[in-house]
Write a protein that binds this ligand. Structure first.
Ligand code: F6P
Length: 322
């Protein structure tokens, strides 16, 4: 039997487009005749029974906003068998038989466990990192890419004026997708990602020397957060090449801002699919996009999928920055 009363929450690191996803879930659920609750601060809201019933107007004017109006949190208490049972009991007491969880892999593990405790859960991939294997794109990734690109364009201006090298760290603890894409988009002379080991001399110094010999006088090096040592790298580049270098860590600016069209539309389509699944009485599913098609997978299957890093794109990036 399909879910009659559902809840929606955002969990883990926030991402632009989460609000658009919440809006899509709320409106789709109400259209389907369901009761729908917004849960505050991720799984903590289920543990503390911090929920509000949503209506069509509860999600007015949020589609354009970054962040999440439901707030978000990482919840160590929920990640215990007792926590999961307590959250499930709170859901059952309110008659909630389905939950849409918008977040990353960690949040999906919670969704799997909560489904196991009798509450149907659907995961929507919401994270700027794009580190979820089952989907081509996560909600928030496109906005973060555009933010990082714009910031690097600005660094490009000042690097050019001063004949400098800008070493820029973008987010992505385990995943170099943001670095790879913005490295290409900004013409970085080198892009360092956690998935592929680099050689300082071959991949940075020689590249700078090569393009310097052709008359270039300013350089961008993009470093994924997972590679780290950004300040040290800038110091080393200056010491070895003689090019004055500056390190910039973009940090959490990449997590905010108005979501792009792509992120809003992706969030809308995924939120709609999540409610359809719950209507059919299905749980333990993750919604994803493959090509331009919205698909869904069993959560365990999705969590076990290996992430594939596009090494060819990294190579192309190197060729285009000569
Ligand atoms: O997962 C998204 C992300 O922004 C990562 O890129 C980054 O490593 C991490 O979250 C930062 O987490 P926090 O906001 O808790 O510092």
């Amino acid at each position: 039997m399909g879910a009659k009363s559902i809840a929606v929450l955002t969990s883990g690191g926030d991402a632009p487009g989460m609000n658009a996803a919440v809006r899509a879930v709320v409106r789709s659920a109400i259209s389907a005749g369901m009761k729908v609750y917004g849960v505050k601060r991720g799984y903590n809201g289920l543990l503390n029974d911090d929920l509000i019933e949503m209506n069509l107007r509860s999600v007015s004017d949020i589609i354009q906003n970054g962040g999440t109006t439901l707030f978000t949190a990482r919840s160590p208490e929920f990640n215990t068998p007792e926590g999961v049972q307590k959250a499930a009991a709170n859901c059952k007491r309110r008659g909630i038989d389905g939950v849409v969880v918008i977040g990353g892999d960690g949040s999906f593990r919670g969704a799997r466990d909560l489904t196991g405790a009798g509450v149907l859960c659907i995961g929507l991939p919401g994270t700027i990192d794009n580190d979820i294997a089952c989907t081509d794109f996560t909600i928030g990734y496109d906005t973060a890419l555009n933010t990082a690109m714009e910031m690097i364009d600005r660094l490009q201006d000042t690097s050019e004026s001063h004949d400098r090298c800008s070493v820029v760290e973008v987010m992505g603890r385990h995943c170099g997708d943001i670095a790879l894409q913005v490295g290409i988009a900004t013409g970085a002379v080198a892009t360092l990602v956690p998935e592929v080991p680099y050689d300082f001399d071959r991949d940075i110094v020689q590249k700078i020397e090569m393009v310097r010999a052709t008359g270039k006088t300013h350089y961008i090096v993009v470093v994924a957060e997972g590679v780290g040592h950004t300040e040290e790298l800038a110091r080393k580049i200056e010491a070895v090449t003689g090019v004055e270098s500056r390190a910039t860590i973009l940090g959490h600016v990449q997590r905010g801002g108005h979501p792009t069209v792509r992120d809003r539309v992706l969030a809308g389509r995924m939120g709609y699919r999540a409610v359809q699944l719950l209507e059919q009485g299905l749980g333990n599913r993750v919604v994803a996009v493959k090509g331009d098609t919205i698909v869904d997978y069993d959560i365990t299957e999705a969590l076990n999928m290996p992430r594939v890093f596009d090494e060819e794109l990294l190579e192309i990036s190197g060729k285009l920055s000569l």
